[in-house]
Design a protein. Structure first.
Length: 295
């Protein structure tokens, strides 16, 4: 493979870096960077990423990464490469699993809940409700509409639009900047950037180097890359088709508009000569109402 480091947007790449007990210091560093000091995660425990519903026939949920910190707060972290029409609904649905599993059987539970964070790392621009947003990090909580104050601070949704992050290496300031730079550019790098000198990035680049994979790891990664490329190609094909259809539709609309204007010019000239409307209708193909509108 031409790349030196893995693509973190692939299923294998993302889970290798953030979803393994062996590399959990990477996840801890990323979470602390994302929350800008509001979180001080010292440790995480990985939880079962496959969640079942309350009934046998209920829909299940499979998370990329599901963990809790040393304070019992739950984190769902998802890498999403493809836009889905109901993606917001999906994240809301996912958040119900760590909420429901906190319910205690018996009559003594007082409904106290630990915070739940659902984090979507998006490899696309998330248009729904964010069309005019210039930032790439979006934090969503329940709020009171009139005061715009947070009503409930234990349920948080974070959406990160990776394509909108456009800082160059020389512009990286915070740890969050550096992690975003890695998420966006890792597979295109041929060496560790000088700006990423923190110890945690030493670990990351060691784990991300493809040449160090054994045969089984390399096979799993290649399969994951192929799946990722299939997704990317499908998206590009759909976009090209939509663009071509739009151009064809535009050309057809343009031709129709041009023909109508030509007919209206003919009708206007005939009207100026005093030709009866019935004759103009036959000559131009316009209706009586369209001809009268010209007058």
């Amino acid at each position: 493979m031409a790349e030196k480091y893995i693509n973190p947007h692939t299923d294998f790449g993302f889970k290798r870096l953030f979803g393994s007990e062996f590399n959990k210091e990477l996840l801890i560093s990323f979470l602390n960077a994302m929350f800008h000091g509001e979180q001080n995660v010292q440790d995480v425990t990985y939880l079962n990423s496959e969640q079942l519903g309350d009934r046998v026939d209920a829909r299940r949920a499979i998370f990329d990464v599901y963990c809790e910190n040393d304070k019992g707060e739950k984190f769902i972290v998802e890498m999403q490469n493809v836009y889905q029409e109901f993606f917001k609904d999906r994240t809301i649905y996912y958040s119900t699993f760590p909420i429901r599993e906190q319910a205690q059987r018996g009559g003594d539970w007082d409904f106290h809940l630990n915070p739940v964070y659902t984090i979507g790392l998006l490899n696309f621009n998330f248009a729904d409700g964010l069309e005019n947003a210039k930032r790439w990090h979006h934090e969503v909580k329940l709020m009171e509409v009139d005061t715009h104050e947070v009503f409930y601070d234990k349920l948080t949704y974070i959406y990160v639009e990776i394509p909108k992050f456009d800082k160059k290496e020389s512009e990286l300031e915070s740890m969050y900047d550096k992690w975003m730079y890695v998420l966006k550019n890792l597979s295109n790098l041929m060496q560790r950037p000088a700006a990423l000198q923190e110890r945690v990035f030493t670990r990351l680049f060691e784990q991300a180097e493809i040449s160090k994979f054994d045969k089984q790891e390399l096979k799993l990664y290649e399969d994951s890359v192929n799946a990722y490329r299939d997704i990317v190609n499908a998206i590009r094909t759909a976009e090209k088709k939509k663009y071509a259809e739009g151009r064809a539709e535009g050309r057809a609309e343009g031709r129709a508009e041009g023909e109508k204007k030509a007919k209206e010019k003919i009708a206007a000239n005939l009207l100026a000569l005093g030709v009866p409307i019935e004759t103009i209708m036959q000559a131009s193909g316009l209706s009586e109402e369209e001809i009268k509108n010209i007058q």
